[in-house]
Design a protein around this ligand. Sequence first.
Ligand code: PRX
Length: 667
Amino acid sequence: MANNITSVSKESRRFTPSDEFRKQARIKSREEYEALYQRSINDPAAFWLDEAREIPWSKEPKKGLDWKEPHAKWYEGGELNASVACLDRWKGTPTWHKAAIVWEGEPFYQTGEPEVQTLTYAQLHAKVVKLAAKLRRLGIAQGDRVAIYMGMVPEVVVAMLACARIGAPHTVVFGGFAADALRDRINDCGAKALITQDIGYRRGNEVKLFDAAHAAAAQCPSLRTILVHTRKLENLHLDDDAFATKFAVTEGSQEVERMIARTDLVPKDEAATPVDAEHPLFVLYTSGSTGKPKGVLHTTAGYLMGAYVSTKYVFDLRDDDLYFCTADVGWVTGHSYIVYGPLSNGATALMFEGAPNWPQPDRLWDIIDRHNATILYTAPTAIRAFIRTGEEWPAKHDLSSLRLLGTVGEPINPEAWLWYHRVIGGGRCPIVDTWWQTETGSIAITTLPGAVDAKPGSAGLPFFGIVPKVVDQEGKEVARNAGGKLILANPWPSMLRTVWGDDARYAAQYWSDVPHVYTTGDGARQDEDGYFWVVGRIDDVLNVAGHRIGTAEIESALVSHPFVAEAAAVGRPDELKGQALVVFVTLKTGAAATDETRAKLLEHVAKEIGKFARPDGLRFAAALPKTRSGKIMRRLLKDLAAGVESKGDTSTLEDLNVLAQLRGAEE
Ligand code: PRX
């Protein structure tokens, strides 16, 4: 299989950082990068222990790494608290009264009054201390899981750090997920509390987060408490805290008792719980190649160090930066590069609520202009959408405050890279491409700004401590410029530790495909300069508009509908989204293949998983192409969806007529 991976990009342009940028960068040349990189892989324990001196510990770690494949322990013996490393550490320094978060809500565009909130480190700390105390008084203890189902408001950061403060692992569920998906995630990790908000705003609409949370909670036996952050005054009925305890559930939807934890007597700085270096910090669900999402587990010290060190070097933060990451905290990018990375670096993070192209296609440019953002980190799919709406939108704004740009989430096509560089970066800002995954916890391959040249479309060179290789099925490194599987050969601090509740799945999924190395699931090639070019997933995972979606998850949502007998989901190349999601469905007898049924099934997926997972196309089929052993031949379906003639072998296809029928089907 690995031998079939070909990378067709012939892009050969290089962009060298300006002398001006280089001079003030932490790492100023490829040689400097190489020297530090070699150190990081020759003696990873020493490298990472050195870096660890920059964050506060309650008890210093003695050891860098303890590796018993596939289980890593980093910083054994160390004790710390992630909220202290992000907040308390700045007490008594000039950072304490600097903005930690600058936030802009969406309703600004409805009222004409900017809804902007700035929280200094001291203010954010005060909110976190208060909520942490409230959680403690509600009986949430170290080790208890807390689900967070919120939109992009500063309080979501408060919620995450409050959990970290008491040693309760959080699981943030993206606010775009539907009630059923939320329920499954709460139940999988047995969360004891749920923190949500009444409503959020997106594209001028109210997103009714509490209603979905309430519906999910009714089917979550482990849940004891729901805390609600209220945006709307009329929803604020219980007390005047930022987080009102709405009610307590003990059995199903039975409201057994109400608990209103008074927090007005909380001391200004109730202590954080020091936890072991390997104590779970959070679980984040992501799609895999089966129908059940995986709870990727990250632990405290290793994850934090990955986020801290990568933020420091990759975004090359300076004290006066206003750093803008457009990701949602519901995904790993928001965890590492809005919350833990920037705050542990004492940076100011700009976050916004809403959509990048509402009410007009210049929402981001307007934000950058008004706030004077200096760094922008966004996704290729967003850039392609901006290209489509035209240069006149960024042209309306002064973007000269920007000094560095970044991309994440999927391979960026060179055209989009060049546009981003010219139109948004004014030709002067380096672009850092950053390849990584929910599982890697932090950036693993990148073009360090100031240090190395960028090649549009290439993710770049390995980050410190990371040993990526392109290998064949046997794990043998392939020749330079040949395609193969992208693996990571060594353990690194912010790697996932396991899949929540399913260690066997962890070992099978990540450490068995190619022996003794971590399998990323991506295909790639490495060029003559050592740069990695990622071609995308080679497993049954799609990357649709920057969202990772497992085809099996979509299929199991479809077959849960009473009309559906069988379903197959595949990706189709899409100019805007990278990949579009197309599903093939065979219906049960009695169900009619009509537009009405199609609409119902699409709505069903949106209801089960979330609107962002609604397929772009649905074709009815009398049967799906299968091998004689009954395996669906996705390769053929992929070609059909893309409208290309299948060149592949069809000799194993059981019934050739099936293909002919499918060709005629409409979406
Ligand atoms: O296929 C790669 C792609 O996104 C996958 C990871 O998705 P997720 O866990 O949702 O995390 C996204 C944010 C880190 C990878 O396996 N990917 C991510 N960044 C890049 C990328 N592909 C190419 N270039 C990138 N910079």
